[in-house]
Design a protein around this ligand. Structure first.
Ligand code: URA
Length: 211
């Protein structure tokens, strides 16, 4: 039995309704992160989206607002989507892990990377989202999402921007996480990393226009 199958999850009233699955996810206790985060931050966007973007986990702002990618990383994502000509309102965004994992630093709550067991525990919800939205393409943002979809050996640095197929989605393209652009050492590297991110999203745009 897989690690995921041995856990129990709240059952949605209507398994074919995304809103019902979201409501069930609010009560998830499959790992201990529910104690740390303010709330479950489920995916957001149109149910008939052609493309789903998967990040790592909600950040501090997302945890408080209950919506994915509405903080600083979300602003980078929005800017890159707009530069690549992808309509943000037609995109479904979600995360591999749906609670904010953080550690205290002074008065701040800083990001703490989810571990393999926490990503595995949350895979159930990602799987349900992908099964219901049925996008033609999934974009993994960063290593956590890429490895959740494509396996632990996947390296974003080596295979970014290439189409892969996965058990959870027929076509997956991985690229960097927008937070990595925020962490760039200086303006020049930030500019270069943003340009490379937009290039990957242009590949996504081309793949979407072919379907
Ligand atoms: N980083 C993520 O991976 N997801 C969010 O929703 C916000 C920041």
């Amino acid at each position: 039995m897989s690690e995921q199958a041995s856990r129990t999850y709240p059952q949605p009233e209507n398994p074919r309704s995304l809103r019902s699955v979201e409501a069930a996810a609010k009560g998830c206790r499959a790992c201990e992160l529910w104690r740390l985060g303010t709330q479950t931050v489920f995916g957001s966007g149109p149910r008939d989206a052609d493309v789903v973007f998967v990040g790592e986990q909600p950040g501090d702002v997302e945890d408080r607002e209950g919506e994915p990618f509405v903080g600083p990383a979300g602003r980078i994502l929005d800017e890159a989507l707009s530069s690549a000509g992808i309509d943000r309102s037609r995109v479904y965004v979600t995360n591999a892990v749906k609670h904010f994992k953080w550690k205290p630093k002074g008065k701040r709550r800083i990001h703490d990377k989810p571990n393999t067991a926490q990503v595995a525990a949350c895979q159930h919800w990602l799987e349900l989202e992908l099964r219901l939205v049925k996008p033609s393409l999934v974009v993994a943002l960063g290593a956590t999402a890429a490895q959740a979809l494509l396996g632990p050996k996947f390296r974003v640095t080596v295979d970014r921007g290439k189409v892969r197929s996965a058990a959870l989605a027929p076509r997956v393209v991985a690229t960097v996480h927008p937070s990595s652009i925020l962490r760039a050492q200086d303006d020049e590297s930030r500019h270069q990393e943003m340009a490379a991110f937009i290039r990957d999203l242009r590949v996504v745009k081309t793949l979407l226009s072919e379907t």
